[in-house]
Structure formats: structure tokens, C-alpha cells
Design a protein around this ligand. Structure first.
Ligand code: HEM
Length: 185
């Protein structure tokens, strides 16, 4: 049984209400009212769209960064985290042609992705999903998911603005910013 695979199912039902969807780069996604996150491949026959991705091993973090992350981060599902962001991202062919060490240099030494992100922990909880590991053609390379309290929304917007201004984001060719609120049960 795979617990690494998650499906983000948009449609008429789901635990999260979609508040807005902005195409930041490339094509938008069709609008929908709700989102459900399902462990596994999800049925999706009545869905407006389904995005799938797998959690994976880390590619870039050093031991020291890993220790800093583990010391500060908190998990998903905190009761106060009633806001969420689902941000699927596709990077360019040029990114994927780079060797591992050059990608690390762009992500951290030039863009400070991890050091910047660390400043927003533990307010923001996150889970990264990889799509290229699925073995099927997928519209995105990554499905990123973030949860935070409503009082942290402005901080989350600042984090995104910081990251989008980095050299790493020059390789982002498709990005959709989807904001959600936990729907009353
Ligand atoms: C909340 C604070 C954040 C922290 C602590 C953080 C941390 C990290 C770390 C450690 C990695 C590297 C994982 C690895 O070694 O493979 C990573 C990758 C990634 N992060 Fe963040 N991040 C944060 C926010 C964000 C935001 C707001 C976005 C925007 C959508 C984002 C998008 C990504 C993507 C797409 C990757 C994969 C990059 C790649 O493999 O090419 N992160 N993040």
C-alpha cells in the first residue's frame, strides 16, 4: 500500500473550499468550488481536475539544513491552520538538463530557498510532492501544499514574493496559486 502517493481532487465536494486561483505563469486550471486530498490515486471520475504527486527523499538539503528544518517545522493538520495554498509548479527543460550540483547552487547558494523558508517555520507547514516520479505524463513537476493560520496569510504572501524574485524562479514555466480555507464539517 503506497502512502507516498496523494491526489488533489477538485470539484463540487471536499474538505477545503477554494477561495481563489491565480495563474502566475503559464496556463490556468479550470475553476472549482472544493478540493479533497486523497491518499492514493483517487477515483476522480466526477472531478473537475485531479493532480497527483508522490512524497520523496530530499534532493538538495544538507545535514545541517535538515537539522534546522526538523527542529523548527510542524506537521500538517494543526487545528489552527484553517488556510492552505496548493501551488503546482512546472520547471523548464533547461532546469532538468542541469547537473545536480548546479541545481543545488541555484536553489540555495543563489536563491536561499531553504534559508528563506526556514524563517517562516513553524507558522507554515508544508508537504512537497514530486510528479516526475509517477511515470505518466503530468502537467506539473511538483505539487506543493502549505497550511497556516489566517493571521499568517500576509507572511505567506511575503514568502512567495521573496521566492518568486529569485534565480530559481527563472526556471519556473508554469505556476498556479490556489488558496483554500477549511470548510466547516
Ligand atoms: C514554508 C517554508 C518553506 C520551506 C522551509 C521550504 C523548504 C524546501 C526545501 C528544504 C526544499 C528542498 C527539498 C529537497 O532537498 O529535495 C524545497 C523544495 C521545493 N520548494 Fe520549498 N520551502 C518552503 C516554501 C516554499 C514555497 C512557498 C514554495 C512555492 C510554491 C516552495 C516550492 C518548492 C518547490 C517547487 C521545491 C522543489 C524544488 C526542486 O526540487 O526543484 N517552497 N523547499
Amino acid at each position: 500500500v503506497s502512502t507516498r502517493l496523494y491526489s488533489f481532487v477538485a470539484g463540487a465536494s471536499g474538505a477545503w473550499r477554494i477561495e481563489r486561483m491565480d495563474a502566475i505563469a503559464g496556463a490556468a486550471l479550470p475553476g472549482a468550488a472544493r478540493l479533497e486530498i486523497v491518499a492514493g490515486s483517487g477515483a476522480g471520475d466526477k472531478a473537475t481536475w485531479v493532480l497527483r504527486g508522490m512524497t520523496s527523499n530530499e534532493r538538495y538539503v544538507t545535514r545541517e539544513e535538515k537539522q534546522q528544518l526538523v527542529a523548527k517545522q510542524e506537521g500538517l493538520g494543526r487545528p489552527a491552520s484553517t488556510c492552505a495554498a496548493l501551488i503546482p509548479i512546472r520547471k523548464s527543460e533547461a532546469w532538468w538538463l542541469l547537473p545536480q550540483d548546479e541545481r543545488r547552487r541555484i536553489l540555495e547558494e543563489r536563491s536561499a530557498h531553504i534559508q528563506t523558508g526556514l524563517r517562516y517555520l513553524p507558522a507554515v507547514a508544508r508537504r512537497l510532492h514530486h510528479c516526475r516520479d509517477l511515470g505518466t505524463p503530468e502537467p506539473f513537476d511538483f505539487i506543493t501544499w502549505f497550511e497556516f493560520a489566517p493571521s499568517e496569510s500576509a507572511a505567506f504572501d511575503r514568502l512567495l514574493a521573496e521566492l518568486r524574485a529569485t534565480p530559481e524562479w527563472e526556471y519556473v514555466e508554469r505556476e498556479v496559486d490556489i488558496r483554500l480555507a477549511r470548510a466547516p464539517a
